[in-house]
Ligand binder design. Sequence first.
Ligand code: 5GP
Length: 127
Amino acid sequence: MEEGVYDKNNIFAKIIRGEIPAKKVYEDEKVLAFNDIQPAAPVHILVVTKGEYVSFNDFVQKAKAEEVKGFFARIQKIAEEQGLDKNGYRIITNHGSDASQSVFHFHVHIIGGRPLGALIPGDTSHR
Ligand code: 5GP
C-alpha cells in the first residue's frame, strides 16, 4: 500500500460494512466502537471513524473541526459508559511505522479496567 493512501479493503472498513463480525459497543452514523480482538486489558475498545482516514494525522488534517470534536467527545462518553472515568483509562492512537500502526484506518484504543503501569513498557519516566 502506498503510504497515506486509504485502502477500502482494510479490516476496519470490512467491519464497518458488516463483512467481518465484531463485538460492537457503540454505533452511530459517524462512529463505530468495538472490542479489540486481542485485548491488552479487561476493557480494550477500538473507536473508529466511519469516514475514510488512514490515521490520526490524516483525520486531523482532513476532517472538519466539528467531526474531530464529535469523535473525541464520543470517546469520552464511551469511556464513561464503561465506568472507566472513575479509576482512569488510557487512550492511544498509533500513526505510522515508529508507532507500529497495523491497521490503516484511523482508530483510537480505549484501554482500562486495571492499573496500566508505564506509558511505554519498561519506561518508568512517566510514573
Ligand atoms: P494499531 O496497531 O493499528 O494501533 O491497532 C490495531 C488493533 O486492531 C490491534 O490492537 C489489533 O488487535 C486489532 N485488530 C486487528 N484485527 C482485528 C479484527 O479483525 N477485529 C478486531 N476486533 N480487532 C482487530
